[in-house]
Design a protein around this ligand. Sequence first.
Ligand SMILES: [Zn+2]
Length: 107
Amino acid sequence: MVSLARRIMEIEPVLLGRSSRPECRVHTHFFFCPGCNYVHCFSAKLQGYDRNAEKPTLQKEVYIPGQIALHTCRSKITGGMIRYTNDSTHHLKGETVELPIIQYGHI
Ligand SMILES: [Zn+2]
């Protein structure tokens, strides 16, 4: 059995159709954010995800406004690392850390 260290995972299509928030219905993938200690979902197409689950790169920043989450979180994912901008409001603002590997049963 091939074991792949995935830092980004695909959302099950059945879950997408059930989302009550229209903006979430375009989301196709998620990662676990160590700054928010929570998952962030995104559209692979809109964010320019390179489909490398082990060392992912997203061409565009991921921005989670504080109004819809506990923290404002702005990040850029490059080569499996996540860099947070200084306008993020959590403890990892301004820092770059490894994006956590997602295990089945992790969330
Ligand atoms: Zn976050």
